[in-house]
Design a protein around this ligand. Structure first.
Ligand SMILES: [Ca+2]
Length: 409
């Protein structure tokens, strides 16, 4: 699974405390022993030659600026995404100023790369606007500097991070890329979490899906826009993207339609939603393109509502977040019609993630399904809150008030 959201959360926090009690020289020594004795056999088994391995680690040192480290001898650290962070209200994810800038720039890029994008769509079946929106969200169309080199970043996390196994697999994949050739370790720039290039591809994804689309004989997701966009398209296609459908539309949902009907487990044919008087926000009928459609209410009744297609959940499979998938879908629409959401995001955030987690634990104890009790208000938690509100005669919003976060039990 991808760690893009996790990355965004981690970057919002101070990366590393000083590790004042840690003997860094000793840790550095054991890092080098680990590279030779622990990592090398796995790399070798994955087909990496000794020469490639040694070149990759030549002159390497631990990167103490990485987040979520647990060096030997340091007191335990909590993963940043389970720490007692402020809860972020869904609307905060959709900063209008930034969306507008990306929408204007993306409309021009769609024209500039029209032929390439048409060729990619022909081969992989993903619409140009979706690919350009992902490019925007991941690196601002390649404008964001990638702060790390992938090998030292992943090696540091694989050696002394809080998610060693995940990063070790990615490190082995990065070494396999070097073994394959065509790119040097100095060119493999990445986010701290090892997401590489203009569309933030993990090394394991590079191995399965990276494409030389401009035909110059080199796969270059850092400098070649065609290679980067085509690689993204191939990854999205692999999730089961349906090229003849959109992602969804913002919807007007009558009060009589319960917000507890939300989510990927309650899909219905579009005709069923239409019978419930659900329309587009401008009153036009919902688009009928076959397949199931789903009600999406990322902030319950306290924000805009959407009817989304299976493709929305393919985007979510690519990066496991309702808000990420909605951002991509919404931005992809704005290249043609640059309008913000019609509905207002009024959900507030005067509670902490630990407060939400405690509420989730109490909901579970009371027999509700909240999915993973992680301090985030995902669709299962929203449904559970709605069912609780219904049972207790409260207004059914499917979004907890600050009072609910305390009172629900
Ligand atoms: Ca190329």
């Amino acid at each position: 699974m991808r760690l893009r959201l996790f990355l965004a959360l981690a970057l919002g926090l101070v990366a590393t405390s000083a590790f004042a009690d840690v003997d860094r020289v000793a840790v550095e020594q054991s890092f080098h022993v680990w590279i030779d004795n622990d990592l090398w056999p796995d790399a070798k088994a994955a087909g990496v030659s000794r020469g490639v391995f040694d070149a990759a680690f030549s002159g390497i040192a631990l990167d103490w600026t990485m987040p979520e480290l647990q060096p030997p001898g340091a007191p335990p650290t909590l993963p940043s995404n389970t720490a007692q962070a402020e809860f972020q209200t869904p609307g905060a994810y959709f900063g209008e100023k930034n969306l507008n800038v990306l929408a204007v720039a993306g409309a021009k890029l769609l024209v500039q790369w029209k032929q390439t994008l048409a060729a990619i769509q022909k081969r992989y079946g993903v619409q140009p606007a979706i690919l350009v929106a992902i490019w925007a969200k991941e690196t601002g169309y390649g404008s964001e500097k990638l702060p790390k080199l992938v090998i030292p970043a992943l090696a540091t996390e694989a050696f002394m991070g809080l998610r060693k196994d995940y990063f070790r697999d990615q490190l082995i994949a990065a070494l396999a890329i070097l073994q394959r050739g065509g790119v040097t370790s100095a060119e493999m720039r990445a986010s701290w979490a090892g997401a590489m290039g203009q569309s933030q591809i993990m090394p394991s994804e590079f191995l399965t899906s990276a494409v030389d689309f401009d035909g110059d004989g080199k796969i270059d997701i850092w400098n070649s826009v065609p290679d980067s966009l085509a690689t993204t398209a191939r990854l999205i296609q692999a999730q089961g993207w349906q090229g003849n459908r959109g992602w969804g539309v913002e919807a007007s949902v009558p009060a009589a339609v319960a917000c507890t009907l939300e989510g990927p487990e309650q899909g219905k044919p579009i005709a069923t939603w239409a019978k419930l008087d659900v329309t587009r926000v401008d009153g036009r009928p919902l688009p009928a393109d076959g397949g199931n459609d789903y009600l999406l209410m990322p902030a319950g009744r306290l924000g805009p509502a959407f009817i989304v297609t299976d493709n929305f959940y393919r985007l979510k499979a690519y990066n496991n977040s309702d808000l990420y998938a909605l951002y991509i879908g919404h931005l992809s629409d704005r290249f043609a019609h640059n309008f913000p959401f019609t509905g207002r995001w009024s959900a507030t955030a005067d509670f902490s993630r630990s407060g939400v987690k405690a509420m989730q634990d109490r909901l579970v104890a009371a027999g509700y399904d909240v999915g993973k009790a992680d301090g985030l208000v995902g669709f299962k938690t929203r449904i559970a809150v709605g069912l609780w509100q219904e049972k207790h005669g409260e207004p059914v919003t499917c979004w907890p008030s600050a009072k609910d976060v305390q009172a629900i039990r």
